[in-house]
Design a protein around this ligand. Structure first.
Ligand SMILES: [Zn+2]
Length: 305
């Protein structure tokens, strides 16, 4: 959102009586996005908002938001690797105890792409038809990782340029520069193998990924970045350019050589599906390796057809 901040957009909608009940806040950097969301929520809940739409920072409501115990704000972070169904049921349970309307109740899920399939399904109806004066803000840096049924029930707001650069930076910080470079190379080769349906390549590269010894959390970030890379592939395919910190433009151009948009979309969907499965496993690390093997054999099936 280059022109106006998330706060401006939401406060304007609230004042105009047009505030929707569910937004996907798409961003590229978690910490700054969380700050933006908190500032916006504070302004929405403030009892002495300025004419410009900012929070006063002094009223009871503002102080409660700052201290993290505002009764109208429920903020859900992942519990371990994923946002679990029990967490969402508990949030929904507390919602039932609240006032029927009159005061805005805000529910934030800080990493919507981390909702397990079960957790996402559990809140579909709630998000679609919440009580009056309810607002869902589902944050994500990996839009394609959010359950499509949930995505379709939300309006999407993009914070600044939701680019892959933020995802690349996050992965680099997590892995350290040397492993990051290896991870990116593996990602590119895996994508090339998948798009060309070269099963042998999958197996070779699968082993190089295994050598990275990614922890569960690292594996999830790897898959997030890998999904973002698919977005770059599409950009290159249609516009001949992409802004990425994951691989060189020349590598991307090689990836798209002789490949159709349909193939890329198909693979992106497969990746998103696999990622969701990954979230529902307790041992993400082990299931990540199983996922790579599984995807290779799926590729085999396609190649035979
Ligand atoms: Zn205030």
């Amino acid at each position: 959102m280059p022109a106006s901040s998330l706060q401006d957009v939401l406060v304007d909608l609230l004042r105009a009586g047009r505030l929707g009940h569910a937004y996907l806040v798409s961003h590229s950097e978690q910490d700054s996005a969380e700050r933006d969301v908190r500032v916006a929520v504070q302004a929405l809940l403030c009892t002495q908002r300025s004419p410009q739409g900012s929070a006063c920072g002094q009223c009871d409501s503002c102080l409660q938001v700052l201290s993290g115990n505002h009764p109208g704000l429920t903020w859900v972070d992942p519990d371990g690797a994923s946002v679990k169904v029990a967490q969402m049921r508990s949030a929904q349970g507390s919602d039932r105890l609240r006032s029927a309307g009159g005061q805005l109740q805000v529910f934030v899920v800080s990493r919507a792409e981390r909702l397990t399939l079960e957790a996402g399904n559990a809140i579909l109806k709630w998000v679609e038809e919440p009580g009056p004066d309810r607002l869902f803000l589902l944050m994500t840096a990996a839009l394609q990782g959010v359950l499509p049924t949930l995505r379709s029930r939300c309006m999407t707001l993009r914070l600044a340029a939701a680019s892959t650069t933020g995802i690349a930076d996050a992965l680099a910080t997590k892995l350290g520069q040397e492993r990051f470079v290896q991870a990116c190379a593996s990602m590119v080769e895996l994508t090339a193998a998948a798009l060309a349906r070269r099963v042998d390549a999958w197996q070779v590269v699968g082993r190089t990924v295994a050598k990275l010894r990614l922890t569960g959390e690292e594996a999830l970030q790897f898959v997030d970045a890998w999904m973002a890379l698919q977005g770059d592939v599409v950009q290159v395919l249609f516009h001949g350019q992409a802004q990425t910190g994951l691989c060189e433009l020349t590598d991307l151009q090689k990836l798209t050589h002789g490949v159709g948009a349909e193939q890329v979309a198909e693979f992106a969907l497969l990746l998103a599906e696999q990622r969701r499965r990954l979230l529902s496993h307790v041992n993400v690390q082990a299931s990540f390796e199983a996922m790579l093997i599984g995807m290779a054999s799926q590729g085999e099936g396609q190649a035979e057809r």
